[in-house]
Design a binder for this molecule. Structure first.
Ligand code: ISE
Length: 349
C-alpha cells in the first residue's frame, strides 16, 4: 500500500544563502546537530568565504548567485541568511520555485516588501495548498520564552498590563544606524510581543535619551520604544546596542497575580576568585544566548519540511514577518515624530 512517507524526502538538501555570522552558524548547525538535513549548496557575494565554508562540509558545493542556488536540482529547501535588503526577492524566488524557505529576520526592511512576500505565498497556497515561508524569529523556540508564554496563557500571572524588555548588545558593526536598531534588533521584541500576547501592537512612541559615548554620529543609542497593544497594554523596549559589556536580553511581565522575569542568566559559570571577587561572564556575542533556540528552530523547520507541512507549529510565518515590519515602520517614524505613531497594517490576504 502507498504511504505518504514514500513520497517525502528522507533527507532535506538545504541551500544556504549568505555565509556571514548567522549563515555560517546555520551551516555548522545543519552539518553537525540537525537530523534529517544536509547542506548541499552555499552562496555568498564573497565567493572565497563560501568556498572556505563549503570545504568543511562533505558534499557541499558553491554557486555564484542566490538565483542559481534556489533553482538548483540538489536544493530541496532554502535558508536565507543574507542581509535584510535581499530577503524579499529571495523569499519570493523560493516561493516561485515551490521550495520551503526559512528566512532569517527581518522578513523585509519595510512593510511593502514584507507584504509582497505574504501575497506571493497566498497565491502559491491557492495553487498548491501549501505554504512555504518561515521567518527566523528564534526566540519563539527559546525555553524561557516558552515558559513565559505558558505563564501568560494559563492566567497564572493574572491580568498583564506592562511588559518591560531590555535588549543589549556589546557592539555593532559600522553602519548600524537607527533604522537597523529598529528592523534588526527591536524587531525581536516586536515579534515576541505578538507571540506572547496574540494581539496587535497599535502604536509606538520613541523616547530618546542622551546618546552613549560609543553611539555613531546621529545614532540614538540607547533608544527607548514604548509600544501600546490593542487591549491597552504598554510595552517598554530599552535598546542599547553598544554597551561594550555584553549581550543581555531580558523580559519582565507585570501581571496582577505575579511578575515573571526571564533572561537573568547572564552567565553560565559563577566563579569565586582569589583576592575575594565573585562573578561570571556576560557573553559578548548574541549567538550563545540563543544557540539552543536556533537549534530547536532549525530542527523544527527541517521536521516540518520532511513531513510536508513546511512550517513548524511554533514558527513565525510570513504574516508575522509582515506585522513586525509594519510595527517597525511606525517605530522608525516615531524616532522623528513626537507622541505615539499608529501602526497601519493591511488586511490579511
Ligand atoms: C542581530 O541581527 C540579531 O538578530 C541579534 O539577536 C540582536 O540582538 C542584534 O541586535 C541584531 O543586530
Amino acid at each position: 500500500m502507498d504511504t505518504i512517507e514514500q513520497y517525502l524526502p528522507r533527507e532535506v538538501r538545504v541551500g544556504v544563502i549568505g555565509v556571514g555570522l548567522m549563515g555560517a552558524d546555520h551551516v555548522a548547525r545543519l552539518a553537525s546537530r540537525i537530523k534529517g538535513a544536509r547542506v548541499s549548496v552555499v552562496t555568498d557575494y564573497l565567493r572565497e568565504k563560501a568556498q572556505e565554508l563549503a570545504a568543511t562540509v562533505p558534499g557541499c558545493r558553491v554557486v555564484d548567485t542566490a538565483e542559481e542556488l534556489i533553482a538548483a536540482e540538489d536544493v530541496d529547501a532554502v535558508l536565507i541568511a543574507s542581509p535584510g535588503t535581499f530577503h524579499k526577492d529571495q523569499a519570493i524566488a523560493c516561493i516561485a520555485a515551490r521550495k520551503p524557505v526559512l528566512c532569517e529576520k527581518p522578513l523585509a526592511m519595510n512593510p511593502e516588501d514584507a507584504y509582497a512576500v505574504v501575497q506571493a505565498e497566498a497565491e502559491a497556497q491557492k495553487a498548491t495548498g501549501r505554504r512555504f515561508v518561515s521567518v527566523g524569529f528564534m526566540r519563539r523556540f527559546d525555553a524561557e520564552y516558552a515558559e513565559l508564554k505558558d505563564a501568560i496563557d494559563s492566567g497564572e500571572l493574572g491580568q498583564v498590563s506592562v511588559i518591560n524588555c531590555k535588549h543589549r548588545n556589546a557592539t555593532t558593526h559600522p553602519g548600524f544606524v537607527d533604522s537597523m536598531m529598529v528592523y534588526d534588533s527591536a524587531v525581536h521584541e516586536i515579534d515576541a510581543i505578538h507571540y506572547f500576547l496574540d494581539e496587535a501592537i497599535t502604536e509606538v512612541q520613541a523616547v530618546l535619551p542622551l546618546p552613549g559615548p560609543r553611539a555613531a554620529e546621529g545614532q540614538h543609542d540607547p533608544m527607548l520604544l514604548l509600544l501600546r497593544t490593542s487591549s491597552g497594554r504598554i510595552v517598554t523596549d530599552e535598546l542599547y546596542v553598544n554597551t561594550d559589556s555584553g549581550y543581555e536580553v531580558r523580559t519582565e511581565v507585570l501581571g496582577s497575580a505575579g511578575i515573571a522575569t526571564i533572561g537573568m542568566g547572564i552567565t553560565r559559570v559563577t566563579t569565586q576568585m582569589a583576592g575575594g571577587t565573585w562573578g561570571g561572564t556576560v557573553p559578548f556575542d548574541y549567538r550563545p544566548r540563543f544557540a539552543a533556540a536556533y537549534d530547536a528552530e532549525v530542527q523544527a523547520w527541517i521536521t516540518a519540511v520532511l513531513d510536508g507541512s513546511n512550517i513548524a507549529l511554533r514558527s513565525a510565518t510570513a504574516w508575522d514577518g509582515y506585522l513586525a515590519a509594519a510595527t517597525c515602520e511606525a517605530a522608525e517614524q516615531a524616532l522623528t515624530t513626537p507622541g505615539f505613531v499608529p501602526v497601519t497594517a493591511r488586511p490579511r490576504p
